[in-house]
Design a protein around this ligand. Structure first.
Ligand SMILES: *[C@@H]1O[C@H](CO)[C@@H](O)[C@H](O)[C@H]1NC(C)=O
Length: 219
């Protein structure tokens, strides 16, 4: 009986909710782009559970959305690696899919070089795969940061080759360009997305999330 139940718990088609961890800094914590994605998952019939140890507090048109995430204001990718924080976050809240929008603070606060940030990304991907060998990983080319955008663009230009070198069929990495076409009107304070910026971020993450979910569900 027990064995049979165990067997039934692992059907070929993944029937459980897909666990999505939004990972990042304040650009992931603040605003409503996660809320808009959650709403679209509901509207289009996807069973997605947002996971993470943080709870967003913002009001997004009164939507009662799933507020769990791992967006940490001010955090740098290099620090998350140095402090081994992602290991713990994923232990507490395992995920099937991670979206990562990180590097803004490395550049803005830490003046980190592209190579140092990519090295941190590499470790973060290794940690994700250590937690789940089949992790679907969605990496953002980050939104503009007008004060230091030359460095942002340099990082964004380096991300595709880095991602390709870290790619694997068991744990694919997909890129989402959050920079191109993101204007100053899409920022509310020179750093964080405005309403239109939130809408753009959600729209751009959407196809990558749908694709990632499709590969988990065998579609
Ligand atoms: C990684 O591989 C997948 C196929 O498994 C592909 O769809 C994706 O574009 C690749 N990512 C990169 C960054 O090359």
């Amino acid at each position: 009986m027990r064995l049979q139940l165990l067997f039934l718990a692992f059907p070929v088609i993944h029937a459980a909710a897909i666990r999505w961890m939004p990972l990042g800094d304040s650009i992931t914590d603040y605003g409503c782009w996660r809320a808009w994605l959650w709403e679209r998952f509901q509207n289009e019939g996807y069973d997605v559970d947002l996971v993470g140890g943080e709870r967003a507090g913002e009001n997004c048109r009164g939507l009662d959305f799933d507020r769990d995430h791992e967006g940490h204001p001010g955090y740098m990718a290099v620090d998350i690696v140095a402090k081994k924080q992602l290991v713990d976050w994923l232990k507490k809240n395992p995920a099937d899919v991670v979206t990562m929008h990180l590097g803004t603070n490395d550049i803005f606060r830490g003046n980190k070089k592209t190579g140092e940030i990519l090295e941190a990304y590499t470790t973060l991907v290794d940690v994700m795969r250590g937690s789940n060998p089949g992790m679907r990983i969605i990496v953002a080319q980050i939104i503009p940061l007008p004060a230091v955008d030359r460095q942002v663009q340099e990082l964004n230009r380096a991300i595709p080759a880095w991602a390709e070198s870290k790619n694997s069929s068991a744990s694919p990495i997909w890129l989402v360009d959050q920079w191109t076409g993101f204007t100053s009107a899409d920022l509310k304070d020179g750093i964080h997305p405005s309403e239109s910026g939130d809408a753009k971020m959600a729209e751009r993450f959407w196809p990558a999330l749908v694709r990632a979910i499709g590969t988990i569900q065998g579609r």
